[in-house]
Design a protein around this ligand. Structure first.
Ligand code: AMP
Ligand code: MN
Ligand code: MN
Ligand code: MN
Length: 286
């Protein structure tokens, strides 16, 4: 079964709307998909509504990628199979919608202090109905000619440790795991290799995550070096965690990130999606 349990739509910072994303997933041969927009389930909701009008061989898991704090760094936790109507999911959605607006105002104020005017309004206008986040600030900075590329915007203004890296409003890791679990979902530590932690610190993160009730980690993110995969699989075994896989697809055109283009899970890992594999009949209703 081809599985992709991590991707984004225009509900957050992705380039395809939920229906177009589902169509691309089917074209790529994906059979089980989780749309994991940043801090919102609107991408999932729209995709599920659209899929119910189609007859496509695609099963959709309700999901989101939540932001949180762990020891002064931002960490992402994917909630898979959450009941999106559960009070914990609804409360998380409200919390993050307002936290992201407040955070955007803080980022705008910090950029204004550096003499970059109008960033909040500009980023909000570019985001439209999408969940506001740093990528929209990056696009505004490019549009204004402050930087030449979105990468440069992150390097100079928005990336880890820069002025626009505002984390104060994120909940603690344990809180996010609790929200996901309360809503009947499985908490998955997203892209562990992306935080650029030393092996020792990554082990501590995974240990804390497991102790908080985390159930799985993303062992494979798209195409990655085999030693990374081996290390993630080892962390799974050590902490008795299941394994997830995803592309973290945002938009077409990045050859290194495509829906469903994901290395195989190493033998011995427990695929997290086995929990939902008994759900069939109507393929997209989970
Ligand atoms: P936010 O959700 O507001 O914290 O923004 C984080 C998002 O910015 C990530 O999910 C990426 O899609 C995007 N991004 C692009 N380039 C970078 C970068 N160099 N560092 C961090 N995030 C980046
Ligand atoms: Mn993103
Ligand atoms: Mn992420
Ligand atoms: Mn992501």
């Amino acid at each position: 079964m081809r599985v992709d349990l991590h991707c984004h739509t225009t509900a957050s910072d992705g380039g395809l709307d939920p229906a177009a994303l589902c169509q691309r997933a089917v074209a790529q041969g994906v059979e089980l998909l989780a749309i994991t927009d940043h801090d919102t389930v609107r991408g999932y909701r729209e995709a599920a509504a659209w899929l119910s009008t189609q007859d496509l061989p695609l099963q959709l898991l309700p999901a989101a990628e939540y932001s949180c704090n762990w020891r002064n760094i931002s960490v992402h936790i994917v909630g898979l199979g959450i009941d999106v109507e559960h009070p914990a999911s609804l409360a998380a959605g409200l919390y993050f919608d307002s936290a992201r607006r407040e955070r955007a105002a803080l980022i705008g104020a910090k950029l204004a202090k550096l003499g970059i005017e109008g960033a909040l309004e500009g980023a909000l206008a570019l985001a439209g109905a999408s969940q506001i986040g740093r990528p929209y600030f990056a696009r505004y900075l490019v549009a204004q000619g402050v930087v030449r590329s979105e990468d440069e915007a992150f390097e100079r203004y928005l990336g880890a440790g820069k002025v626009g890296d505002v984390r104060v409003l994120w909940p603690e890791l344990a809180t996010v795991v609790e929200w996901i679990t309360a809503a009947g979902g499985v908490a998955v530590l997203a892209h562990p290799a992306k935080y650029r932690l030393t092996a020792t610190r990554l082990r501590t993160l995974v240990a804390d995550f497991a102790a908080s009730g985390g159930a799985a980690i993303e062992v494979v993110v798209g195409r990655q070096p085999s030693d990374t995969t081996a290390f993630m699989a080892q962390l799974c075994r050590q902490h008795d965690l299941a394994a997830s896989v995803g592309s973290d697809f945002h938009k077409p055109g990045h050859s290194w990130s495509e829906l469903g283009k994901i290395d195989d899970l190493p033998k011995g890992c427990e695929p997290v999606w086995m929990r939902w594999s008994n759900l069939e009949s109507k393929p997209h209703e989970v």
